[in-house]
Design a protein around this ligand. Structure first.
Ligand code: NI
Length: 475
């Protein structure tokens, strides 16, 4: 055995050892389902700065890891990689209050106060034209619009909730769906007993059926549902561990009606009826008093601020700064498209950041980051889905969107959060993913057919106009 042979053997042994030690490193690379990139990753995790050139890793329904591109690519590979060049990656938006099928009444009755709008236009037309097909077409139109606009989760309250749930199951969004219940006859029901019974059956049918769909109860408001009936809902919701969405303290007239009927503010009236803490999602909350705000915190009530609807119906400007300062969880909502007239959360974010500056005579009242939280992380908490969605962090559902900032309209960009609230709009959203499944890629909605959704809506609007021979709509 000569020296060079010994040397060769030593080199081979070293290589084998080296390969042996390297092997576990390769074995640690995890095969994921998707890696989604962003030039900026806005996680909405408290104290987590925006990650530049970052990525999110998805396996199944869930986020597995979030980090810089270099850190992620050392540990993960994936069959599906979505480029983040010129794009911001962020949690999908949460629309905390809407009535999806009302997209079919978009522009149907404008420039009216809440009670005239409801009693003279919306309730009469609903009693005439709303059936299961109206709900299917209107919900599909709404879901298409929400996917295109970057909303990944919404809270709905309308008739024939089962049909909306079927649309949501198919189109891939996440939703809390509450069947509306009223004391008087309404589409699909002859009155309270009937609508409450159907609401219980709806919750039984959908609870635990699909992780994206949370069924709940939707008693319309304290002025359309009696205290006895609201107590029934509170008890059943507690027993079935399911959320309740309701309009509360929307207008001054409502406050006057409740004060006269029950000698209490709408908030005190509703909260004294026994709803479980953390169970209530209240829409509007324009007119709570100081005591009401403290009660909202104590009862862990989620409040959904709907600035466009409140402005359009002249309901007032909700005391959002005060509620936030007291620790109320506040999310954002569009309300139905009949009082907005779209389902664009970017508008709600921008308006919420702007109108409170004027109301408070203070330009720091609602900063951009607070508006963004209301549309994402805090919005998710306000509707009881804070464990599932609203942030990009390992363990939560893979609900996220990519937003393009390629347009000259968005150049230059000094501050990504500022851009998201003050400059970007729904048309800049390019990708939508919910529970790890792509719903939109490069602005093409993958789960609903754009043309057939639009054609069905237009066909339905012609039937609605023909049905309304009394000519109630004035436009
Ligand atoms: Ni509403």
């Amino acid at each position: 055995m000569n020296k060079s042979y010994k040397y060769q053997q030593a080199v081979i042994s070293l290589c084998v050892m080296f390969a042996f030690f390297l092997k576990p490193t390769y074995a640690e690379v995890v095969n994921a389902d998707s890696i989604i990139y962003g030039d900026y990753v806005v996680t909405m995790v408290t104290d987590q700065p925006v990650i530049e050139d970052g990525a999110v890793v998805v396996i199944g329904n869930n986020i597995i890891a979030v980090g810089t591109r270099s850190a992620i690519e050392k540990k993960y590979s994936a069959k599906q990689k979505i480029s983040g060049s010129g794009r911001i990656l962020m949690p999908g938006l949460i629309n905390g209050h809407t009535h999806t099928p009302m997209t079919l009444l978009r522009g149907f009755a404008d420039d009216l106060d809440l009670m005239t709008w409801l009693n003279d236009y919306i309730f009469p037309v609903e009693s005439t034209v709303v059936d299961k097909d109206f709900i299917r077409v209107g919900s599909e139109l709404a879901c298409w619009e929400m996917i295109r606009g970057g909303t990944t989760t919404f809270v709905d309250m309308y008739f024939y909730a089962n049909v909306t749930a079927e649309v949501v199951e198919h189109c891939g969004l996440r939703a809390v769906i509450t069947g509306v219940a009223l004391d008087f006859p309404a589409p699909g029901s002859t009155g309270w007993d009937n609508s409450f019974k159907d609401a219980v059956e709806f919750v039984k049918l959908w609870q635990g059926k699909n992780e994206r769909i949370t069924p709940g109860f939707g008693p319309h408001a304290p002025y359309t549902v009696s205290p006895e009936h609201l107590k029934q809902v509170a008890l059943k919701a507690k027993e079935m561990k399911t959320p309740v969405s309701i309009h509360v303290a929307e207008s001054e007239i409502e406050s006057a009606i409740i004060q006269e009927r029950y000698n209490a503010s709408p908030v005190k009236h509703v909260l004294d009826l026994g709803f479980a803490p953390g169970n209530l999602i209240t829409a509007h909350m324009v007119h709570p008093n100081e005591k009401d705000i403290k009660m909202l915190v104590k009862h862990k009530v989620g409040v959904i601020h709907n600035p466009t609807s409140n402005l359009k119906l002249a309901s007032g400007i909700a005391p959002v700064s005060k509620m936030l300062a007291e620790g109320v969880l506040v999310g954002l909502g569009t309300d139905g498209a009949a009082s907005n007239n779209d389902l664009d959360l970017w508008e709600e974010m921008r308006l919420s950041a702007l109108i409170h500056k004027v109301k408070m005579n203070n330009p720091t009242a609602i900063p951009a980051l607070t508006a963004l939280k209301m549309a994402t992380s805090m919005g998710a908490e306000a509707i009881g889905l804070g464990e599932e969605t609203g942030q990009l962090i390992a363990g939560k559902r893979a609900d996220m969107i990519q937003v393009s900032f390629d347009s000259p309209r968005l150049s230059p960009m000094y501050n990504v959060v500022s851009h998201l609230v003050y400059a970007i709009d729904a048309n800049d959203v390019v990708t939508s993913m919910v529970s790890g499944k792509l719903l939109m890629k490069d602005r093409k909605v993958l789960t609903l057919d754009s043309k057939s959704v639009k054609d069905a809506a237009n066909a339905k609007s012609r039937i609605i106009m023909k049905t309304l021979v009394s000519g109630k709509p004035s436009h």
